[in-house]
Design a protein around this ligand. Structure first.
Ligand code: GLN
Length: 262
């Protein structure tokens, strides 16, 4: 029997403020619904990061928690090895900032990051960027709009080795959003660097619960072509449509139907 596919959830004690730990559960559950054994391995504050995981997941957190997490992860040989061999990784908000080259928090402290994503984050000043986001994907393998909610003070600039994940829609066609906060409506960052895919995003939700296609993209990178999804019997049609991630539920997802009074 083959070993279970291991989803490594990093430091949810400090990177768990926004419910992003759910992303790991989504990945394991979508594997199970395909007859593939999947498990979540939670790496707590005192645990070593394993280098042999199949997918790695980091969530968001407040500035102080983020600095603690970053100091811990920057020195982790296990994480470094996993990233070097191209393990697919999802990093949300503080997680995105941590995987960058550096971030500067509101009090002016500049913290070197893990450096696997060519992005740098600085304080945005003014009000935090809080609200619903709908964004059109800019990467191969995703063709359904992404949605989620953002809540961040930092602004993230992409360097030449990072590509944006998506572009947020303009307000007026449904929820818009700030995305990375750089004024060009870019959202998130993706790096292949010939090794695998690291996906960073500002979207909470958890983002993989709200965007099954993104979950499946990460799973495909981890295990190859995915068998069809066998959803549990008796699931309401609307839920099943959402879980299939085909975009058939798009009107609801982007708010179009809500605005039309449906
Ligand atoms: N502390 C970071 C910021 O405010 C990240 C916030 C988050 O993870 N939601 O920019």
């Amino acid at each position: 029997m083959s070993a279970p596919v291991t989803v490594v959830l990093l430091l949810p004690e400090v990177l768990g403020t926004y419910g992003d730990a759910g992303n790991a559960e989504v990945l394991a559950t979508r594997l199970r619904w395909r007859g593939i054994e999947g498990r979540v391995l939670t790496v707590g504050w005192t645990d070593a990061v394993p280098s042999g995981g199949d997918v790695y997941v980091l969530g968001g957190g407040e500035d102080a928690a983020q600095v603690l997490a970053c100091d811990r992860l920057r020195d982790s040989i296990g994480l470094r090895r996993a990233l070097d061999r191209g393990a697919p990784t999802l990093a949300v908000c503080a997680g995105l900032q941590i995987l960058g080259t550096a971030f500067t928090i509101a009090d002016g402290t500049r913290v070197p990051g893990v450096g696997v994503l060519d992005v740098e984050t600085r304080p945005g000043g003014g009000p935090r960027r809080i609200g619903d986001v709908v964004a059109d994907p800019l990467v191969d393998g995703l063709d359904v709009p992404l949605e989620g909610f953002e809540n961040h003070g930092g602004i993230t600039e992409l360097g030449p080795d990072a590509a944006p994940l998506a572009r947020v829609r303009e307000v007026g066609r449904g929820p818009g959003g700030a995305g990375n906060g750089t004024g060009d409506r870019l959202e998130g960052a993706v790096s292949d660097r010939g090794r695998g895919t690291v996906v960073g995003t500002y979207l909470h939700g958890p983002v993989l619960a709200r965007n099954p296609a993104l979950a499946d993209l990460l799973l495909t990178k981890a295990v190859g072509e995915l068998p069809p999804l066998e959803l549990p019997e008796g699931m309401p049609a609307a839920t099943a449509a959402r879980l299939r991630g085909t975009g058939d539920d798009l009107g609801v997802r982007t708010g179009a139907r809500r605005r039309a009074g449906a």
